[in-house]
Write a protein that binds this ligand. Structure first.
Ligand SMILES: Nc1ccn([C@@H]2O[C@H](COP(=O)(O)OP(=O)(O)OP(=O)(O)O)[C@@H](O)[C@H]2O)c(=O)n1
Ligand SMILES: C[C@](O)(CO)[C@H](O)COP(=O)(O)O
Length: 231
């Protein structure tokens, strides 16, 4: 029985509406290269990763230039199977990977919008989860006091932050389990939710603030500071 392998699946088929840019946010320049390139370069340099797949929309007009600029585009396969939601894009990507992967191989699903991921975090996630029965995800403990809004923007209630973690990516699960979970799930915003819906409990692995999701316009400047090493 061969050892399980580790594959990366990068959902990059969004439009970045909240960013408000003229181009999809995964192609916005950060620290001298498109956001997606930071993610692809990190996974390419990660020795543990057998191969990387990136899911883009069928009409994506930017990926060819991004891939052409890579030193070695053999380490990533572009799948033009993006869907209407992140859930559908990931599921479509898993189906497209079928011929390349075994059910017991691991898939690390990572947002193209999280350019601050490091090889160290990839290796940490794999080292902690490689013998886990379920799999898990990077996440960070919530440190702010949380308020639930009521009418007219006033506080309805304070939500206890006890044992609350903010999910990041990669989220790492075995291919067969992840495919089944996402096929059965409805409208999940991350892979772990689909696994939880099967009655399983993914392991939380502490991530890093640098691995935050670039979502709103002001996030670009913070990502620049992180990626240029100023913080
Ligand atoms: N239909 C979609 C929607 C999102 N994503 C990807 O999922 C990741 C996280 O999603 P998000 O930050 O919400 O990106 P967008 O959906 O592009 O942003 P917005 O919600 O502001 O439009 C991103 O890498 C995005 O490209 C995807 O592959 N397919
Ligand atoms: C997967 C994720 O990054 C975990 O926090 C998040 O759920 C993605 O949400 P989005 O609305 O698709 O950005």
């Amino acid at each position: 029985m061969s050892s399980p392998r580790y594959f990366a699946l990068i959902p990059a088929a969004g439009v970045g509406a909240r960013m408000g840019e003229k181009i999809p946010k995964q192609y916005v320049q950060i620290a001298g290269k498109p956001m997606l390139r930071h993610v692809l370069d990190t996974f390419c340099r990660a020795d543990a990763i057998t191969h990387t797949f990136v899911v883009v929309s069928a009409e994506d007009g930017y990926i060819d230039a991004t891939m052409a600029a890579l030193h070695d585009d053999s380490y990533a396969t572009v799948l033009h199977v993006g869907g209407a939601t992140r859930h559908q894009s990931v599921l479509n990507g898993l189906h497209a990977m079928r011929s390349e992967i075994n059910d017991d191989d691991w898939v690390l699903v990572h947002d193209a919008a999280r350019p601050g991921l490091s090889i160290g975090l990839i290796d940490k996630l794999i080292n902690i989860l490689q013998d886990d029965e379920v799999g898990g995800l990077l996440a960070v403990p919530v440190v702010d006091t949380l308020k639930r809004a009521g009418a007219e923007g006033r506080v309805d209630q304070t939500v206890t932050r006890d044992r609350l973690w903010a999910a990041q990516t990669p989220q790492m699960f075995r291919y067969g389990l992840l495919l089944r979970a996402l096929e059965q799930a409805t409208a999940v915003t991350d892979e772990a939710s689909a696994i939880e819906a099967l009655g399983l409990q993914p392991r939380l692995v502490e991530g890093d603030a640098r691995n935050f999701k670039v979502t709103l316009p002001h996030d670009v400047a913070l990502a620049e500071l992180y990626l240029k090493g100023f913080v």
